[in-house]
Design a protein around this ligand. Structure first.
Ligand code: SAH
Length: 264
């Protein structure tokens, strides 16, 4: 009888201790999870930050030598955005080690992500501010869209290859770019429901400047687009729509882009 009572007392004690231990373990698990949640974005941003800083220095040096971006070079806000965007998270695994080299990289489906200097230059030439709503034709990896998303209010981006559109949409959401709207379709015709845009960037070479895109440009806004037939020399062209609606174009520098495909 005494033995039973003793055993019962011990097991109650053990049970209580067990519960206490469990409660502590629970608290620790919750604590570490919360700590992880708080630290994770910081850790993500720090990932390969040194490589990004070196990439930005390279861009700055090229911009200085070529002077296409003007006397003052590429705007520091554009360079800051490029320092933040995790390019390695937007390219296929096989090319991740090369993500911060200043060179184009394959992204599958026969397409390429542009060289970072060209992304910086095109973004700089758009000359858009934090309230702007911009259109990108050729989402590809989503990298140019992410750089723009760091700088403007809303980015609309159209991609003609459904597989790329889907992948970029998922990647941009995963990286937290809630201000990018994506769509699979032919960007030659723009995105009329969202127009007019404060800037349009086309990241595939067209044989001519698509009239629907000129139409969807707000007076006072700019479009940056590579123009030239496939296998011939292409030029980066700056299209400016004046406040009176007149349109001026300026050839800036020879470039090489994948062709703008689609119905036109
Ligand atoms: N801006 C992209 C570059 C991708 S390369 C990036 O940062 O990764 C150009 C992209 O334009 C390709 O993905 C190609 O499929 C797409 N493209 C070609 N023609 C198009 C069209 N008519 N409409 C929309 N996208 C097009």
């Amino acid at each position: 009888m005494v033995a039973v009572a003793f055993f019962a007392a011990v097991s109650v004690g053990a049970d209580r201790m067990g519960k206490r231990a469990m409660a502590w373990i629970g608290r620790l698990v919750i604590g570490f999870t919360l700590l992880g949640l708080v630290a994770w974005p910081g850790a993500m941003a720090a990932e390969r930050a040194g490589e990004r800083a070196r990439m930005v220095e390279t861009i700055r040096a090229i911009a200085k030598m070529t002077a296409v971006a003007g006397e003052t070079g590429i705007d520091p806000t554009v360079l800051d955005a490029m320092r933040r965007v995790l390019r390695h998270e937007l390219v296929p695994d096989e090319v991740r080690p090369m993500a911060y080299q200043d060179r184009p990289l394959p992204i599958g489906y026969g397409q390429t992500i542009s060289q970072p200097y060209i992304v910086a230059l095109m973004t700089d030439l758009l000359d858009v501010g934090p309230d702007a709503m911009v259109l990108e034709v050729g989402t590809g990896s989503g990298y140019q869209a992410a750089v723009l998303a760091e700088l403007v209010q809303t980015v609309h981006s159209i991609e003609i290859v459904p597989g790329l559109a889907e992948r970029a949409t998922g990647d941009l959401a995963r990286l937290g770019y809630a201000n990018v709207r994506t769509r699979a379709g032919d960007g030659y015709f723009g995105w009329s429901q969202a127009a007019p845009f404060d800037g349009i960037v086309v990241t595939a070479a067209a044989s001519h400047v698509p009239p629907p895109l000129v139409e969807q440009l707000r007076p006072g806004a700019r479009m940056v687009i590579p123009v030239g037939a496939p296998f011939t020399v292409q030029y980066l062209v700056l299209v400016e729509k004046a406040l009176d609606g007149s349109v001026g174009t300026q050839r800036l520098l020879p470039v090489r882009f994948v062709p703008l495909t689609g119905g036109r």
